[in-house]
Ligand binder design. Structure first.
Ligand code: PLP
Length: 379
């Protein structure tokens, strides 16, 4: 099987599993317990927090471990919006992940916030002038993706952060897909808060983190024993936190080289698919693109049928976001880019990893050509 669905999830790295194992078995204490086992778990958690803090360019106290990317984003958006005394206006974009869109919708519906959506161009880049024009005296939060999960477009978050701060607002960045490929430290992204998820970078599913400047007052979502400095109550998932911190650290070792190599494979995949399927249309930005993602429209097919054809030929990919997989509706993201609803239903996303080889790319492009030809000849 050629696995090209790494944006949906990745396997746990061996080193990560090995680091987690003792904390799930012999060294299984509750970090809040006052005995040797508890102290040992507390030390492991503290060390994971320090490592992840270093990775984010943040203090250990600025790291909150969560149950994944979705929770980190919910905590950032609801927590900051409800914790900041400033105002009740939020700015985001129409192409955010559901975790963001549903969180701002919750704030609108239940807490009376006003939400504005900054327009994006045809390749999904935020219009910076339009964004600046949306900011108001009562804008408290701006939230954007660092890199898009469906189309791979990378945003200029540093510029967005500067615009937000000049207007007195805070910037939260969803770096779930960017982590491991780009520098997602708070300073590099120009952000006050950044969310990541373990299972996109070789740690298990169900763990993530929010790095957020300690000056921010964050209203917790989970109330209880006051763990995570009160930002997120509940006994910490020590093994998963250790796994996440290690996976993050490992992803930085040789990142520039790995990103460059995978970007070349991605470009080769794009070239080969464009040659095999002349009607193929790349979505997202060619210039500002995550090394791992290449997504296409295959006019005259259905994305789901192409995926089946690919799977029959041993290639696993997806129609876009895993959350929306199986839905008959065209992707709202593609519609927001101005893509026709019929064309939007022909989308296929390939997402690579550092394990992807040139042979995988060659075989995947050939399989795509065959699958699309079979479908278009059937019509
Ligand atoms: N944000 C983006 C950009 C994602 O791609 C995903 C997952 O697909 C999430 C957030 C949600 O992360 P999790 O699956 O850890 O809840």
């Amino acid at each position: 099987m050629i696995y090209l669905d790494n944006a949906a999830t990745t396997p746990v790295r061996r080193e990560v599993l090995e680091a987690m194992w003792p904390l799930l078995t012999g060294d299984f204490g509750n970090p809040s317990s006052h005995h040797a086992l508890g102290d040992s778990a507390g030390r492991a958690l503290g060390s994971a927090r320090r490592d992840l803090g270093d990775w984010f360019g943040a203090r250990p106290s600025e790291i909150t471990f969560t149950s994944g990317g979705t929770e980190a984003i919910n905590l950032a958006i609801k927590g900051i919006a409800l914790g900041r005394p400033r105002g009740r206006h939020i700015v985001t974009t129409p192409i955010e992940h559901e975790a963001t869109l549903e969180s701002v919708e919750f704030l609108r519906r239940v807490h009376g916030f006003d939400v504005s959506f900054a327009p994006v161009d045809a390749v999904g880049r935020v219009d910076l002038n339009a964004l600046a024009g949306l900011l108001r005296d009562d804008t408290t939060l701006v939230s954007v993706l660092a890199a898009h999960n469906e189309i791979g477009t990378v945003q200029d978050t540093a510029a967005i952060g500067a615009i937000a701060r000049a207007a007195g607002a805070v910037l939260h960045v969803d770096a779930v897909q960017a982590a491991g490929w780009l520098d997602v430290s708070l300073d590099a992204l120009g952000a006050d808060a950044v969310s990541i998820s373990g299972h996109k970078l070789g740690a298990p599913k169900g763990v993530g983190a929010l790095a957020a400047r300690s000056r921010l007052v964050i209203e917790p979502l989970l109330h209880g024993g006051g763990q995570e400095r009160g930002r997120r109550s509940g006994t910490e998932n020590v093994a998963a936190a250790v796994g996440l911190a290690l996976a993050a650290r490992l992803s930085s070792t040789g990142r520039a080289e790995a990103s460059g190599r995978v970007a070349e494979l991605r470009d080769e995949l794009i070239r080969r698919i464009e040659a095999a399927v002349p009607a193929a249309r790349l979505t997202g930005s060619r210039e500002h693109r995550l090394p791992s993602i290449a997504s296409f429209l295959f006019a005259g097919t259905s994305g789901e049928a192409v995926l089946l054809g690919l799977e029959e030929r041993g290639v696993v990919s997806s129609s876009g976001s895993a959350c929306a997989a199986g839905s008959d509706e065209p992707s709202p993201v593609l519609l927001a880019l101005g893509i026709d609803p019929m064309d939007a239903q022909t989308a296929v996303r390939f997402s690579l990893s550092t394990a992807t080889t040139a042979a995988d790319v060659e075989a995947a492009a050939a399989a795509t050509g065959e699958a699309v030809r079979t479908l278009t000849q059937l019509r």
